[in-house]
Design a binder for this molecule. Structure first.
Ligand code: F6R
Length: 615
């Protein structure tokens, strides 16, 4: 949450920062701001609203200078307004700071600083930090460099931060630091970039350094990049090569990133399996977990930790692992898990699932599990992300950058990797017959093609969307491995169209939610042909008997549900364990079209941010 971009070099900093902030808007869009140094003055411009509003505000202002910092905000402390927007300045206006994270002890620090004469303009925790830095620097009577002053200040801070500081008196340095919030340094020819992720720098450099927790960096065109820990230990920067392509960050002719990402799924699922699955050779291999394969095979239990959509992927994983690998699985909301004093021991394997790899609750959960001796496996999309670096081993989902705030292709890629993992472990454990293993490999390989045919349902789904776009509520039902699909369908609808929606196991409907059903209530049901088909048909009858509207996802060729449902979406036949990979997609399209028809901001739904770096 909150996006940071900074630049020092020879280009116009403003252009790079604004473009970068637009790429990072998925992290928050309550307000935006920049501080630009033009060799004479430090100009700070900030505005409530999106980066585009900031651009309009800045239209007639001085944007010159080749060093600057920028920020796009997801509000934590204080409402979204101009004053609370970043950058925040020190009392003497010599320094400006952008921040992503939360300074937990800001109230105590603010009280102390106020007593010593500091006056604050905003409600934010961030402003406190820049005043603290100013005080340490000023009190040292210039015996400290700004870099040292920042380092000392950070030793007094409790909480999470990625920060960048710019200095009015030295237009040749930027100071950056991180703890629990991400920060990437890009190294170009005679220029440096800083950002919350690598997307703002990808067209300028492929060489990046991911700052580690507790590190502070000094960036200068004269002295280069220097890194220390906040405890004052010198560090040698480790340069990674980025594998990201510019075109993956653009809409490519689609109206929204979300639609593009929905349509990318045949390819992204294919990419998740690339080099890992070959049915002709009866082969599944995930190189990233190979060294820990035995540990997983021997695990007494698996614990999935995740949030939101990734948690839904974990629920699908539970069915896959219990069925194919016969290992007991618990699926935990990362935020609940860590506050429960859970029983974890060395035979447990914790699998963290996260698109961004930065979700604060998931990070904290795995840190705790690691301390208790569990083995930690990661399933992340963003390469080099904090979670991927903290785990013992893991598999990237390789879905490519997901920019729409609502997760789509990341979910199906997570489910694909979980399927590969469950197959690999099941095979090694001998809990799956060769025949079933081979059949599943062939089926899995055919999913991208089957998904292409699911996407041709778009016009049918658009019609269904227009029928139900004005609903106030919706119910999503599924059984077994399709129950998480119902949860995910409901989450997609509520988060982007603001229609209240709930997902339920179909059989649970009669224990409460059935009271909600009347002729106004759309009930979306996954009624594909598998072991629970007959039961789901009965559940549909129960809805119809109460005049509810049924919109069913059915297997191509189905007759019974077709007859009783008000609308249906036909998907190709596949193994029941793989249905979630197909059945999720019509619900994604449905939510997308409903949201567009309701004129909602599909890619940036209200109050949300994609990378949730606060707990
Ligand atoms: C919903 C959505 C969120 C995320 C959740 C976890 O569409 O995107 O629910 O799934 O915030 O994020 P990651 O996967 O980045 O840990």
């Amino acid at each position: 949450m909150c996006g940071i971009v900074a630049y020092i070099g020879k280009q116009t900093a403003y252009d790079i920062i604004i473009k970068g902030l637009k790429r990072l808007e998925y992290r928050g869009y309550d307000s935006a701001g920049v501080a630009l140094h033009n060799s004479k003055s430090l100009n700070v411009y900030k505005k409530k609203g999106k980066v585009a509003d900031l651009e309009t505000f800045i239209d007639d202002k001085d944007i010159s200078g080749s060093i600057g910092i920028g920020h796009t905000r997801w509000a934590t402390h204080g409402p979204p307004n101009d004053i609370n927007s970043h950058p925040h300045q020190s009392g003497n206006k010599d320094f400006a700071l952008v921040h992503n994270g939360i300074i937990e002890n800001y109230a105590v620090l603010k009280e102390e600083l106020t007593q010593r004469g500091h006056q604050f303009l905003s409600d934010t925790d961030t402003e406190v930090l820049i005043h603290l830095i100013e005080e340490i620097y000023t009190n040292s009577k210039k015996s400290l460099t700004l870099f040292e002053a920042v380092r000392i200040a950070l030793n007094e801070v409790i909480g999470a931060y990625a920060i960048v500081v710019i200095n009015k008196n030295n237009p040749n340095e930027l100071i950056a630091a991180r703890k629990s919030s991400p920060l990437v340094v890009g190294i170009g020819e005679g220029e440096f970039f800083l950002a919350s992720d690598a997307t703002p720098m990808v067209e300028f450099t492929k060489n990046v350094v991911y700052l580690e927790d507790g590190e502070i960096a000094h960036l200068s065109l004269e002295t280069g990049l220097k890194i220390k820990t906040v405890a004052n230990q010198e560090k040698t920067p480790y340069i990674h090569e980025l594998e990201m392509h510019l075109e993956t960050l653009e809409k490519g002719g689609f109206d929204h990133f979300m639609l593009k990402e929905i349509y990318e799924q045949p390819q992204s699922i294919h990419d998740s399996m690339r080099g890992r699955l070959r049915s002709s050779k009866s082969m599944v291999s995930l190189g990233g977990i190979k060294d820990y394969e035995e540990k997983i095979v021997q695990a007494k239990r698996l614990i999935f930790v995740a949030c939101g959509t990734s948690w839904h992927a974990g629920l699908v994983g539970e069915y896959l692992f219990e069925d194919l690998a016969r290992i007991p699985v618990e699926v935990e909301y990362a935020s609940e898990f860590r506050y429960r004093n859970p029983i974890i021991n060395e035979d447990d394997v914790v699998i963290a699932i996260s698109q961004s790899g930065e979700t604060a609750d998931t990070l904290a959960a795995i840190k705790m599990a690691k301390e208790k001796g569990a083995t930690i496996v990661g399933i992340c999309n963003v390469v080099g992300s904090s979670i991927s670096r903290l785990t013992d081993c893991g598999s990237y989902t390789h879905a490519g950058p997901e920019i729409g705030v609502a997760s789509t292709k990341a979910f199906t890629a997570q489910v694909t990797v979980l399927t590969l993992m469950a197959l690999m472990i099941g095979k090694k454990k001998g809990t799956i017959t060769n025949q079933r293993f081979n059949r599943l490999l062939v089926e899995l390989e055919s999913i991208p093609e089957k998904l292409e045919s699911v996407l041709t349902l778009d016009s049918v789904i658009k019609k269904i969307a227009s029928t139900y776009k004005d609903s106030s509520n919706a119910l999503y039902l599924g059984r077994g491995i399709n129950f998480p699909v119902a949860l995910e369908g409901a989450l997609k609808l509520k988060e982007i169209s603001y229609i209240h929606a709930e997902g339920y196991p179909a059989a649970e409907m009669k224990h409460g939610p059935i009271a909600l059903i009347d002729e106004e209530m759309p009930v979306f049901v996954i009624a594909t042909q598998d072991t629970s088909y007959e039961k789901v048909v009965s559940n549909i009858q129960e809805v119809k008997a109460r005049k509810g509207k049924v919109i069913a996802i059915i297997t191509k060729g189905d007759k019974d549900v077709k007859e009783i449902a008000d609308h249906y979406m036909e998907i190709p036949l596949t193994d029941s364990l793989l249905v979630p990979l197909l059945a999720t997609v019509p619900f994604q399209l449905l939510s997308y079209h409903v949201a567009v028809m309701r004129e909602c901001n599909v890619d940036q739904p209200r109050n949300l941010a994609k990378s949730v770096t606060v707990e």
